[in-house]
Write a protein that binds this ligand. Structure first.
Ligand code: ADP
Length: 337
C-alpha cells in the first residue's frame, strides 16, 4: 500500500466518523424540533378552542387544525432540507480537514518508513560489497586451470577477510537494532574508571599494532548506568581514535565529574574531521570522504550511531570537537544518577 492510498483510506475513515456523528445529531435535532413545533401549535389550538370564533379570531377550530397540520408539514420539510444542507456542508468541510489531518497523522510514520527503507538499501549495499568480492575471487579461482593448493590458501585467506567484514557489519547492525528496540537498559552502580579501563583493554591489541599509547587521566566517577553498553561506547570511540590516528601517536582518556555531571573524553591527534562532515558523522552509514578514500581505514559508518544510541539511553549527550589534520575530541556527558 502506498502512502497516497493510506492518506485516502484514513481520510475516508475520518469523514465516515464525522458524518455518522453529524447525521445522528441531525436526526436527533429534527426529532426534537418537530416535536417542539407540534407542541407549540397544539397549545395554540387549545387556546383557540376556549374562545368562540369572533371578529378578532375568525378561524374555527377545525380550520385551524388543518392549517396547523399544513404548517407543521411545511416547517418539517424546511427543517429537513436545512439539515441536509448542513450535513452536506459538514461533509465537504470534514473531507478537506480530514485529508489535512490524515497527512499530519501519517507524516511521522512516512518519515520513519523512509528512514527504514534507506537503512535497508544502505545495509544491503554494504552486505553486497564483500559478497561480490568473495564471489568474484571464487569464480576466477574455478576458471583457473593451474589453480593449486597455495592459490587455494590465498583464496581462503582473502575470503576469510571478507567473512570477517560481514561479521563486523552484522554485529554492528545487531547492536544498532538492539539499542533501537530496547526501551530501557538495566542500570546498576558503575564506576567510569572501570568502564574506561575495560574498554581500553578490549582494544589494546589494535593500539599495540599501531604502536599507539593510551594516556589515562581517570578519576573515580560513580553513576547509575548500564556498564556493558558504556564499555561498548568507549570501545567505539577508542577504536575510531586508533583507526583515524597515525602510527606512534597517543590517545588521551579522561573521566571527570563537574556540575553533577560525569564526563568521559577521548582525545586523539589523528586525521581530524572536516567541519562540513561533523554534523553527519552520527548518522547511520555516514563516513567522511577522507576515511572512504583511504582503503586502510575500514568501517561501515555505524559505530558513532550506536554510540549516540547508547548515550541517548543514558539521557546524556555526545559532542565532538575536531580540526582537520590536528585531531578530535569526543566528549560524553552523563547525568549523575
Ligand atoms: P566508521 O566505521 O566509518 O568509523 P563511525 O560511525 O564510527 O563509522 O564514524 C563515522 C565517521 O566519522 C568515520 O567514517 C570518520 O570519517 C569519522 N570519525 C569518527 N571518529 C573519528 C576520529 N576519531 N577521527 C577522525 N574521524 C573520525
Amino acid at each position: 500500500m502506498t502512502f497516497r492510498s493510506a492518506y485516502l483510506k484514513l481520510t475516508a475513515i475520518y469523514v465516515l466518523i464525522v458524518m455518522v456523528i453529524s447525521i445522528a445529531f441531525s436526526v436527533v435535532l429534527y426529532q426534537i424540533l418537530t416535536k417542539e413545533l407540534d407542541r407549540g401549535l397544539i397549545r395554540q389550538g387549545e387556546a383557540l378552542r376556549t374562545f368562540p370564533p369572533s371578529e378578532f379570531a375568525p378561524f374555527s377550530v377545525t380550520a385551524f387544525e388543518k392549517t396547523r397540520l399544513d404548517q407543521l408539514k411545511e416547517s418539517n420539510n424546511h427543517l429537513k432540507i436545512n439539515l441536509i444542507y448542513f450535513d452536506l456542508l459538514i461533509f465537504f468541510v470534514s473531507a478537506g480537514l480530514s485529508y489535512f489531518l490524515a497527512r499530519r497523522t501519517l507524516k511521522p510514520i512516512e518519515e520513519m518508513v523512509d528512514i527504514q527503507n534507506r537503512f535497508t538499501v544502505d545495509a544491503s549495499h554494504e552486505l553486497r560489497t564483500p559478497l561480490t568480492a568473495m564471489k568474484t575471487e571464487i569464480e576466477v579461482g574455478l576458471r583457473d586451470k593451474k589453480f593449486n593448493i597455495s592459490d587455494a590458501k590465498k583464496l581462503f585467506e582473502s575470503n576469510l577477510e571478507e567473512v570477517g567484514k560481514l561479521e563486523t557489519l552484522s554485529n554492528e547492525l545487531l547492536a544498532l537494532a538492539k539499542y533501537q528496540d530496547m526501551d530501557k537498559l538495566p542500570f546498576e552502580k558503575v564506576n567510569l574508571r572501570e568502564v574506561v579501563n575495560e574498554a581500553s583493554g578490549k582494544v589494546g591489541s589494535l593500539a599495540k599494532n599501531k604502536e599507539i599509547k593510551f594516556d589515562l587521566e581517570l578519576t573515580d566517577v560513580e553513576t547509575s548506568a548500564n556498564k556493558q553498553s558504556l564499555i561498548e561506547l568507549v570501545g567505539i570511540l577508542l577504536e575510531n581514535a586508533i583507526k583515524y590516528s597515525s602510527k606512534n601517536s597517543k590517545i588521551l582518556l579522561t573521566t571527570e565529574i563537574r556540575d553533577n555531571h560525569a564526563y568521559i573524553k577521548v582525545q586523539d591527534w589523528g586525521i581530524g574531521i572536516k567541519a562540513s562532515d561533523v554534523p553527519f558523522i552520527f548518522d547511520r552509514f555516514y563516513r567522511a570522504d577522507i576515511s572512504r578514500s583511504k582503503e586502510v581505514v575500514e568501517g561501515y559508518g555505524l559505530g558513532l550511531s550506536i554510540a549516540k544510541k547508547i548515550v541517548g539511553k543514558h539521557h546524556g549527550k555526545i559532542e565532538v570537537e575536531s580540526k582537520l589534520e590536528q585531531g578530535s575530541t569526543f566528549t560524553v556527558t552523563l547525568p549523575i544518577l
